[in-house]
Design a protein around this ligand. Structure first.
Ligand code: NAD
Length: 492
């Protein structure tokens, strides 16, 4: 914080576990409320008295581009650390770094391309009226463990592009790549105090960041329960908030998508990817397959056959396709949802248990087999709630209306997909889905230039795209009278 690395005020530390073997591989400062107060004070000074908010846009953009270059330079190292910290494959870790660099470049281009304010026609040559955007101030940025660096970048890049200062708190279980990001910001030349990081738990560090009176905006990505607490804490001072919360994302497959062998193969392959990439620990995971009844058996049989073959192991090892879950708690949660679905009548098609010790290396990791649960229905908890594990539930429909009703029957609304060979139906269904991202004949891609976020309880506000920058700005109308005269409203 304030340009220097410190121990926690209390001196406390935390061991970071490798989820593939549950053994510690790093030690990090365990910050507390006093550390948040010091970090917010540094960010406040840097905003109120420092140069960053007034730095010309072109210079801010140049710094963001330097950060992107540094990320690319350190891609292998960062990808590896993300893999060990979050349990993802090292290739996913590398792809995350590419996406992070893209986010920094996108926001650099966006602010440079904007020009000055928007001149408004006030109806008179004697009035000059312009709408301008200014940084919000000090931002608290709180991020989750599943995409630690990527989620951080969706906040850090626009916050800096807009001229803010910030305190960031990564998840206490996956903090390492966010520490590296803050190091790279300093290497790129960001002034001291603009970017501050406090590592530590949500209920102390995160809670203080959400309520701190000198913070102007809280941007949070994480679960619904913590997000609600953050919103309540921030409400006391009417801080601006942005919330990116969970999802329960439908993947709707019409029979006509499976009419050709190629179409069938593609839809099954992508359903597999939708549900099981990063062991299903993805906010937009397609964990809810809603398939037309006439193709259900063929589709689910092929899906289960392929899911059984997914190779589990440490994400840094060659040939491994899925790593472990991130923690014992996350595996317990997954086991709970599978058990509850089976008790409620679901039919297990594959998985449903931890792998045999002889089937996965190393030992002791938080592995869980990719699981397909057939014959599910919308009242099941595993269908309604976010599992955040490698679990796919299968429901069926007979008509387009029924498919849409099922897909929209969730309190969330983050993302969903429709698979069909009928272009008219694709557009109709996409138009009726109440989700922030809708894929047609695809699943998972996102673009930095397109907004990301959710309807319903999936959140408030958007990340990425122009709206993702607008979150970090105040809008100001400057109305200049070039020929002022008395208004004589009052006669006296
Ligand atoms: P989480 O809510 O447990 O934690 C997220 C962050 O909030 C962590 O840094 C945590 O320490 C902190 N936190 C916890 N309690 C807090 C409190 N009371 N006040 C302030 N901060 C607090 O979530 P998680 O388990 O780390 O991440 C998984 C969740 O994140 C899933 O629900 C997933 O859907 C969601 N997510 C959403 C998106 C999106 O773009 N919508 C992206 C990634 C993850």
């Amino acid at each position: 914080m304030d340009g220097e690395w410190r121990s926690a005020a209390s001196g406390a530390t935390r061991e970071i576990l490798d989820p593939a073997d549950a053994k510690p591989f790093a030690v990090i400062a365990e910050g507390g409320e006093a550390d948040v107060d010091a970090a917010v004070a540094a960010a406040r000074r840097a905003f109120d008295e420092g140069s960053w908010p007034g730095t010309p846009v072109a210079e801010r953009a140049a710094l963001l581009r330097r950060v992107a270059d540094l990320l690319v330079r350190d891609r292998e190292k960062i990808g590896l650390i993300e893999s060990r910290d979050a349990g993802k494959t090292v290739e996913e870790g590398r792809v995350d770094v590419d996406c992070v660099a893209d986010a920094f470049r996108y926001f650099a281009d966006l602010v440079v391309g904007e020009g000055g304010g928007r001149v408004v026609d006030a109806g008179s040559d004697e009035i000059h009226s312009v709408v301008v955007h200014e940084p919000v101030g000090v931002c608290s940025l709180i991020t989750p463990w599943n995409y630690p660096l990527l989620q951080a970048s969706w906040k850090v890049a626009p916050a800096l592009a807009a001229g803010n200062t910030f305190v960031i708190k990564p998840s206490e279980i996956t903090p390492l790549t966010t520490v590296i990001l803050v190091e790279l910001l300093a290497e790129a030349g960001l002034p001291a105090g603009v970017a501050n990081i406090v590592t530590g738990p949500g209920h102390t560090v995160g809670a203080r960041m959400a309520e701190h009176p000198d913070v102007d905006l809280v941007s949070f990505t994480g679960g619904l329960v913590s997000g609600t607490k953050v919103a309540q804490a921030a409400a006391a001072d009417v801080k601006k908030i942005a919330l990116e919360l969970g999802g329960k994302n439908p993947n709707v497959v019409f029979a006509d998508a499976c009419d050709t062998a190629e179409g069938f193969d593609t839809a099954v392959d992508q359903a597999l990817n939708a549900a099981f990439i990063h062991s299903g620990q993805v906010c937009s995971a397609g964990g809810r397959l809603i398939v037309e009844e006439s193709v259900r058996e063929r589709f689910v049989a092929e899906l289960a056959r392929r899911a059984e073959k997914i190779r589990l192991g440490r994400g840094t090892e060659d040939g491994v396709e899925c790593g472990p879950l991130v923690s014992a708690q996350q595996r317990d949660k997954t086991e709970y949802y599978v058990a509850s679905a089976l008790a409620e009548g679901a039919v297990l098609r594959c998985g449903g248990k931890r792998p045999e010790p002889s089937d996965v290396r190393p030992e002791g990791g938080y592995f869980y087999e990719p699981t397909v649960l057939d014959r599910c229905h919308r009242e099941m908890r595993a269908v309604r709630e976010e599992v955040f594990g490698p679990v796919l539930t299968v429901e069926t429909f007979r008509t387009e209306d029924e498919a849409v009703a099922l897909a929209n029957d969730t309190e969330y609304g983050l993302a969903g997909a429709v698979w069909t060979a009928d272009a008219g139906r694709a557009r109709r269904v996409a138009g009726r889905l109440r989700h922030g991202t809708v894929w047609i004949n695809d699943f998972h891609p996102y673009l930095p230039q397109a907004e990301w976020g959710g309807f319903g309880k999936s959140g408030v506000g958007r990340e990425l795209g122009p709206a993702g920058l607008a979150e970090y700005r105040e809008t100001k109308h400057v109305y200049q009278n070039l020929a002022p005269k008395p208004v004589r409203w009052f006669a006296g």
